[in-house]
Design a protein around this ligand. Structure first.
Ligand SMILES: Cc1cc2nc3c(=O)[nH]c(=O)nc-3n(C[C@H](O)[C@H](O)[C@H](O)COP(=O)(O)OP(=O)(O)OC[C@H]3O[C@@H](n4cnc5c(N)ncnc54)[C@H](O)[C@@H]3O)c2cc1C
Ligand code: FES
Ligand code: FES
Length: 496
């Protein structure tokens, strides 16, 4: 057992043993290190001013990802390299190619957002396999979590294209063998526990150690990517004294393809799940692309999205429509339940003291099944859903023989539309008259509320429209006509 965390900073191992359970990485950098290049803007993961890059040893390489340091807890950094805007220029003072390009392209005015933008682009600069400039839309996606209020994004995107014209060649490429060695050295497999029984940050390294800790401290807050828990501290100002971080348990970060299903550990991040999910269905890949920002997807987990029980989380409706099964662990024991049964009421989930979410089984689509998922938000990028609808239809000889429909934002929990599902059996997607009753039945399934995201009437109208859209698309309508933007079957040219 270790009572400290160890990180790599500027080529050296730094050991820290005096951490508070919820101390943020941003506070550590600015208040302790006085590395004030990293800025604090919103303090809730939205603006990207606090973006730093973490390096992790993954799949035989050092993977660099941007994170919002304002909502990352310092304890969760154990075993990682932390790179900030102060670190990336050459020792002789020459700017990093990304920094130089921002200067050359006039990509900064007041400069407040600039350190965060530079770090998001630094992560893109080091993206695995990048040799030349990424496509413009990839740069835009990489910057979706960085708000700039005065420069405008065109010069910033131009700078990114210029900086990445060549393969990566900076001091981090030069130092890669050494960094890889340090990160592997830090992966010592030891459990971390810092503090006392009443106030601690714990980061177990194995599933069994995690299970024992959760049983011993059933009131402790479980921490995965921290993109919800972090806000409870920075915005909710909630005191959290006992934190158990699940992120060091390798078994929880596995994705297994078992032929007709995917099995995911609860700690799998959006970024790591993205390609397997996109293979399962393009809409699932698109949903993940639009979830949060790159900083959020780099650390945010699917397990956390389920465990928090939010009625507007994006993954639960999609996974419920796909017929996913949730696995909960309790010590050595476990139980499985249909995902929809986990959500009992607003703020109430079927999780007993001492239990934790261990994983998820997601059936793949059969040849006679089609899936659709639509996320409705005010902003295209980095916005929480007003309504999120997901549909899986089983169609035999042009007739729907089974339907699974789930919505977020329509009830106090993510919820199936059982009445509409029942009325769809026997309907034909190509005959609108055959599914009119199912559309109306959504009124029996849901009684949405009005809030700042949408009115109840808007939500109901939208849910009906989304079900109709899914059916029309299944009947063969080209997605270039049913979608303003997106990446389903529609050829790029039609989408644009
Ligand atoms: C800027 C921003 C944008 C966002 N955009 C979206 C969005 O577009 N769509 C969306 O759905 N969400 C969004 N979110 C919310 C959040 O990113 C997701 O809910 C995310 O999946 C949470 O995962 P996490 O790993 O960060 O969880 P954490 O914050 O670590 O934990 C979330 C909850 O789950 C519990 N928990 C975590 N792991 C376990 C476990 N193994 N067992 C039991 N309980 C556990 C925690 O105790 C906590 O209650 C956004 C958040 C931010 C900050
Ligand atoms: S300060 Fe805005 S994302 Fe962290
Ligand atoms: S340069 Fe001022 S906010 Fe971006």
């Amino acid at each position: 057992m270790r009572d400290s965390i160890r990180i790599v900073r500027r080529g050296r191992i730094v050991e820290i043993d005096d951490i508070k359970p919820t101390e943020t990485l941003l506070d550590y950098l600015r208040l302790r290190e006085r590395a004030t290049g990293t800025k604090e803007g919103c303090n809730e993961g939205d603006c990207g001013a606090c973006t730093v890059v973490i390096g992790e040893w993954q799949d035989g390489r050092v993977a660099y990802r941007p994170v919002n340091s304002c909502i990352q807890f310092l304890g969760a950094m154990d075993g990682k390299e932390i790179v900030t805007v102060e670190d990336i220029a050459w020792p002789d003072g020459r700017l990093h190619p990304v920094q130089q390009a921002i200067v050359d392209a006039h990509g900064a005015q007041c400069g407040f957002c600039t350190p965060g933008i530079v770090m998001s682009l630094f992560a893109l600069y080091h993206q695995e396999g990048r040799e030349g400039p990424p496509p413009r839309d990839e740069i835009v996606t990489a910057l979706a979590g960085n708000l700039c209020r005065c420069t405008g994004y065109r010069p910033i995107v131009d700078a990114a294209l210029a900086a990445m014209a060549e393969p990566p060649a900076d001091r981090f490429v030069e130092a890669m063998p050494q960094t890889a060695g340090l990160l592997q050295f830090l992966a010592d497999g030891q459990d971390v526990f810092i503090g006392s029984n009443s106030a601690f940050f714990a980061a177990p390294a194995s599933l069994s150690a995690l299970a024992q800790l959760v049983m011993k401290y059933p009131e402790a807050t479980l921490l995965a990517g921290g993109t919800d828990v972090g806000l409870r501290v920075t915005k909710g100002l909630r005191p959290i004294s006992q934190v158990i971080h699940v992120g060091r348990v390798a078994a929880l970060r596995q994705i297994e393809d078992v032929g007709d299903a995917l099995i995911l550990g609860a700690g799998v991040t959006y970024e790591d799940a993205a390609s397997a999910f996109a293979d399962l269905d393009p809409d699932l890949g698109e949903l993940i692309r639009r979830l949060g920002s790159r900083q959020v997807r780099a650390v945010g987990t699917i397990g956390g999205n389920i465990a928090n029980g939010s009625p507007i989380g994006d993954m639960p409706p999609a996974l419920i429509a796909l017929g996913a099964t949730l696995e909960l662990a309790h010590g050595e024991d476990g139980r499985a339940l249909p995902l929809e049964d986990y959500f009992i009421a607003y703020g109430k989930q079927d999780r007993q003291p001492g239990e934790f979410v261990a994983g998820l089984l997601v059936p793949k689509l059969m040849s006679n099944q089609v899936f659709r998922a639509y996320k409705i938000t005010k902003r295209f990028d980095e916005d929480i859903s007003a309504v999120m609808g997901a549909f899986r239809f089983t169609i035999d000889d042009g007739v729907i023989t089974e339907a699974r429909i789930a919505f977020g934002g329509m009830a106090a929990t993510p919820k199936r539309a059982l009445s509409a599902e029942a009325r769809l059996v026997g309907a034909q997607p190509g005959r609108a008259a055959s599914w009119g009753a199912a559309i109306e039945a959504l009124g029996e399934d849901y009684a949405p509320i009005s809030d700042m995201r949408a009115s109840a009437a808007y939500r109901m109208e939208t849910a009906k429209a989304l079900l109709a859209k899914a059916l029309v698309e299944c009947a063969g309508a080209p997605t270039s006509r049913t979608r303003v933007i997106g990446r389903r079957e529609a050829p790029e040219a039609e989408v644009a």
